[in-house]
Design a protein around this ligand. Structure first.
Ligand SMILES: C[S@@+](CC[C@H](N)C(=O)[O-])C[C@H]1O[C@@H](n2cnc3c(N)ncnc32)[C@H](O)[C@@H]1O
Length: 218
């Protein structure tokens, strides 16, 4: 996906800014919810520059990063995380071996989320955990300000950030809407259960602007 290649050098700085400083907390909570024992083997899919992989490593676990973008993944590799250039839909790793799979901001980019989720679940050992971070869509009173932020604020901020951010700024709001139109209410939970997960939890954070999910392979 061309979208990410130009973002790699400033991704972490600009990503934090455009999420209004919220998404670091979402990643940290999602990783904490996985209850990882030190030494656990964790596959971070759509790892980008390896932000989640590094949180996992800070807990004494071993992380492997996978991403389809060479420039994004190069940052993860440069910081010491073993990295594999591949897509989430065709993971080049053996089944049933990871203690956990993490991912963020992935399901909006895959053509068939159920097939992708089944692929992720396939590489988990029985009892292994999955954790996800995604953008949410605030409801009620916060819906209109969120809409204005994603349709006017983000595109404007993207223009200031320059490079590929201009495209991302315009793309992000409609892309988040599209995911939540396709998977309203508990449909994301149902998707995870259809993919073979149990104990599936969904929590919204930051007035609904963030969605955390975690679950377990039986
Ligand atoms: C917004 S970045 C998120 C990076 C990181 N997970 C984080 O929390 O900051 C989304 C990443 O997903 C990757 N990606 C998108 N579709 C993918 C796919 N089908 N397979 C693997 N990686 C994918 C992109 O290359 C990009 O690096």
């Amino acid at each position: 996906m061309e979208l990410f290649a130009p973002l790699a050098p400033g991704y972490e700085r600009w990503g934090a800014l455009l999420s209004l400083g919220q998404d670091a907390r979402w990643r940290a909570e999602m990783v904490a919810r996985l209850d990882l024992a030190p030494g656990s083997l964790v596959l971070d899919v759509a790892a980008g520059t390896g932000l989640i992989a590094r949180l996992v490593e800070a807990r004494g676990c071993r992380a492997v990063a996978i991403d389809q973008s060479g420039p994004m993944l190069r940052e993860a590799y440069r910081r010491g995380t073993p990295s594999i250039l591949a897509t989430a839909e065709a993971l080049p790793v053996a089944d049933d071996q990871f203690d956990a799979v993490t991912f963020s901001y992935l399901l909006r980019y895959v053509a068939d989320p159920l097939t992708c989720m089944r692929e992720l679940v396939g590489v988990l050992r029985p009892g292994g955990r999955v954790g996800m971070v995604e953008f949410g869509r605030p409801r009620g009173l916060w819906g209109p300000p969120w809409w204005l932020y994603t349709r006017i604020g983000l595109p404007a901020a993207g223009m200031v950030a320059g490079d590929g951010w201009r495209r991302v700024g315009s793309f992000l709001g409609p892309s988040i809407d599209d995911l939540h139109d396709r998977f309203p209410g508990d449909a994301l939970g149902a998707l995870w259960r259809d993919a073979g997960l149990v104990d599936v939890h969904i929590q919204r954070r930051s007035l609904g602007g963030g969605v955390l999910m975690w679950g377990r392979k039986p």
